[in-house]
Design a protein. Structure first.
Length: 348
């Protein structure tokens, strides 16, 4: 098996702002695993929130060595050898895991959803994310999201009520709110009571991940469901979340890939937690990977590829909010343009 990588800059259609940060672009890394002339692709997106900046991903890619890998065994054998080489970097682990799943599927003529026991016709609707912005731009974003029946709205600012009122002036669509740890308990209690009158379905990560005790108090009193995001990295977190949240948001980039994501789904079901599949700002490689898992969950927020202007791959599509998986083995993604766009600045 051979390894190589490329860097790429994905550009946002609008500046993407949440309670913590703003971005116009993200520098990412694609990794490729090749065996018998067949190549699988994976994607790593930097996550500064979790100590994984781009320079860490680049260093891992530059020094990655699989000369000692035995590729004669099963897919699980591959993963058991590959993932420890990611040096506990979850996003790089995601890229390796995805590339291995893609390669295995291509070599065996098997779509990923078949391996997972997921029915492609059961993919859910995805929400469309409205980032924090000026009122005029928020109105524009709602107009651009006309075909999507569910909106996910980023809050966690002093203007939260004005943002929701603006959206309600434009549409009566179902809204999901994500505060990205931006509230304290008092604010969260007031906002949940108010949002419950605004056709809001649930609230994602209202309080800091460090304050699980207050989140449990909020769950007891809130008229809306509370969904964990920053509190939920991988399966090890799930047992402690059952008393504080109604559900979890699984992001493959955070948990390290398909194998761990599937384990999280199984564990959450055992604890009667609802499940959402979410994403970072990602291309169709990572979004398509998550879409293969989406028939197994309750909610989807898989719009990262829609929010960028230069997606180099074709994969999962969205029509009227409905996710549709591509045909073909593995991930089913195909390259539409070069992924060798040069970086515009020197990166350490």
């Amino acid at each position: 098996m051979e390894f190589h990588y490329s860097t790429y800059r994905i550009r946002l259609r609008h500046t993407f702002t949440i309670a913590r940060s703003s971005h116009d672009y993200y520098d990412i890394i694609f990794v490729y695993l090749t065996k018998d002339g067949i190549t699988g692709v994976g994607e790593a997106v930097p996550m500064n929130r979790y100590g994984e900046p781009f320079d860490r991903l680049l260093k891992l890619a530059l020094t990655f060595d699989i000369n000692d890998l035995d590729d004669s065994g099963s897919l699980d054998d591959w993963l058991d050898q590959l993932l420890p080489k990611a040096d506990s970097c979850r996003s790089f682990s995601m890229a390796l895991d995805t590339a291995a799943h893609d390669l295995w599927g291509k070599l065996h003529g098997e779509p990923l959803y078949d391996r997972l026991g997921a029915l492609p016709e059961k993919t859910p609707l995805t929400s469309y994310t409205i980032g924090i912005d000026s009122i005029d731009v928020i109105r524009q974003k709602v107009t651009e999201a006309e075909q999507y029946p569910i909106l996910k709205v980023k809050l966690g600012t002093d203007d939260d009520r004005a943002i929701i009122e603006t959206i309600r002036d434009c549409t009566d669509k179902v809204v999901r709110v994500d505060a990205n740890e931006g509230w304290d308990l008092e604010t969260a209690l007031e906002m949940c009571d108010w949002l419950a009158t605004k056709n809001v379905e649930f609230v994602e990560q209202p309080l800091p991940s460090s304050d699980l005790e207050s989140t449990a108090r909020l769950k007891e009193q809130s008229p809306l469901k509370i969904i964990a995001d920053e509190n939920c990295l991988d399966s090890r977190n799930i047992p402690e979340l059952a008393d504080a949240f109604h559900g979890i948001n699984i992001k493959l980039m955070k948990c390290g890939g398909v194998r761990e994501g599937f384990k999280m789904i199984q564990m959450a079901r055992e604890l009667d937690l609802e499940i959402m599949l979410g994403c970072m700002i990602e291309t169709s490689v990572a979004i398509s990977t998550a879409t293969h898992l989406s028939p197994l969950v309750d909610y989807a927020d898989l719009d990262g590829h829609i929010l960028i202007s230069n997606d180099p791959y074709l994969g999962a599509t969205v029509d009227g909010g409905k996710l549709t998986l591509p045909d073909g083995p593995g991930l089913g993604v195909t390259l539409r343009e070069s992924v060798a766009e040069p970086m515009e600045e020197e990166l350490a």
